[in-house]
Design a protein around this ligand. Structure first.
Ligand code: PLP
Length: 387
């Protein structure tokens, strides 16, 4: 009998859907010209990029000129934070972020600190959410940038982005607002203009496109220093020959996701609610953070009393179920999760936490199988770990 494969690690990366793989294959084979070349093959490639830019811009209701393609979400975060803050540094050297950002943001903040910037790290409550009033109070005349994640990658908490946008602009209209929307794009409502967002990062491999591509939305009004120096592609804002097949695939994936977003998100919320309801029937299981419509539809963080995360992860993997302990994208930052600690998860549960993350492809049958395996496995693992 073939082994089942249940993929519940979609916040780490998503499978490329067949239509996207086909489109990438088509572009890879047929549009190999350099988009900067002046002959017809170059023009074919530059047309692919132009159309992809139009498609992505449509999903955010913004201008085409406001989309800059990058190699990943990390690059988009780096470009937004370091690029915009250093460009604005004559106006001030104070930036604000939260305690629970992805390393792509936290490491950018550390880089700014080494250049003489002062960084305020906002605490989060037990639900891993900042207080917009606290944010407003932290804004100063020399605050040049605020960077917040929309959806936390480990527990799926949702930051009050629209409220934060209003608070920032009323406290200091010159302060730029960057949103790391890597886990939110195609899942949460996103209108940069009406939400006061100046810069926004997203990543292709979280939306069923391939690795190696992402984008930064940068309002036409925002000035930032570029980080990639070279041939001046993308109007000089991000040099480097564009990843044409990756960009085409990401645009198609975004277009498909937006065309069925309402149904997909509703289905994921229903599955999440069902899965959590069943998890809570098991002995010694705790859910971290909120889990209603005020959380992201696809991420569930659960702590399993008395069982180490890695042990449970391996046991599930042996049954064909792929999950993550903490955050897979932080594999280079081993140790106890900063997010779980900041939101006050009991220390005994910190190393007993698993992230289940769904996509629009996740089915109830897959969750039922996972629950069945957990039901059988948890008592066995506890017998070995409890004295
Ligand atoms: N920001 C968040 C919230 C993420 O979850 C991730 C990846 O998991 C990133 C940034 C980095 O994105 P990428 O893997 O495309 O570099």
């Amino acid at each position: 009998m073939s082994q089942k494969l249940i993929y519940l690690d979609n916040s780490a990366t998503t499978p490329v859907i067949p239509e996207v793989a086909d489109e990438m294959d088509r572009v890879l084979r047929n549009c190999f010209g350099n988009p900067s070349s002046m002959h017809h093959l170059g023009m074919d490639s530059s047309k692919v990029i132009k159309e992809a830019r139009q498609t992505v811009a449509k999903t955010l209701k913004c201008r085409e000129s406001e989309i800059i393609f990058t190699s990943c979400g990390t690059e988009a975060d780096n470009l937004a934070i370091i690029g915009a803050a250093t460009r604005a540094s004559r106006a001030g050297k104070h930036v604000i972020t939260s305690d629970i950002e992805h390393p792509a943001v936290l490491e950018s903040m550390k880089a700014l600190e080494t250049c003489g910037f002062e960084v305020t790290y906002l605490p989060v409550n037990n639900d891993a959410v900042i207080d917009a009033e606290e944010l407003k109070a932290a804004i100063r005349p020399d605050t040049v940038l605020v960077s917040l994640m929309y959806v936390n990658n480990e527990v799926g908490s949702v930051m009050p982005v629209a409220e934060a946008g209003r608070a920032i602009k009323s406290a200091n209209p010159n302060t730029l607002f960057h949103v790391d929307a890597v886990q939110a794009y195609t899942k949460m409502p996103l209108r940069p203009q009406s939400m006061g967002i100046d810069l926004l990062s997203a990543s292709g491999h979280k939306i069923h496109a391939s690795k190696g591509v992402g984008f930064l939305y940068a309002s036409d009004k925002v000035k930032f220093n570029t980080l990639m120096l070279g041939g001046g592609q993308q109007s000089g804002r991000r040099s480097g020959t564009e990843n044409v097949p990756g960009i085409a695939g990401m645009a198609l994936a975004a277009d498909k996701a937006f065309s069925s977003m309402e149904e997909d998100v509703a289905r994921m919320y229903a599955l999440k609610s069902y899965f959590i309801g069943e998890l809570l029937k098991l002995d010694g299981v705790y859910i971290n953070g909120r889990y209603g419509r005020d959380s992201a539809p696809h991420i569930i963080s659960a702590s399993f009393e008395g069982i180490r995360s890695q042990v449970l992860l391996n046991a599930l993997d042996a049954k064909g179920i792929c999950v993550s302990s903490g955050s897979a994208c932080s594999a280079n930052h081993p140790g106890i999760s900063r997010t779980l600690k900041s939101m006050g998860v009991k220390s005994a549960l910190l190393d007993s936490t698993i992230r289940f993350s769904m996509s629009a492809l996740t089915t109830k049958e897959e969750l039922d199988y996972t629950l069945e395996v957990l039901n059988d496995t948890l008592p066995v693992l506890r017998r070995f770990t409890r004295k």
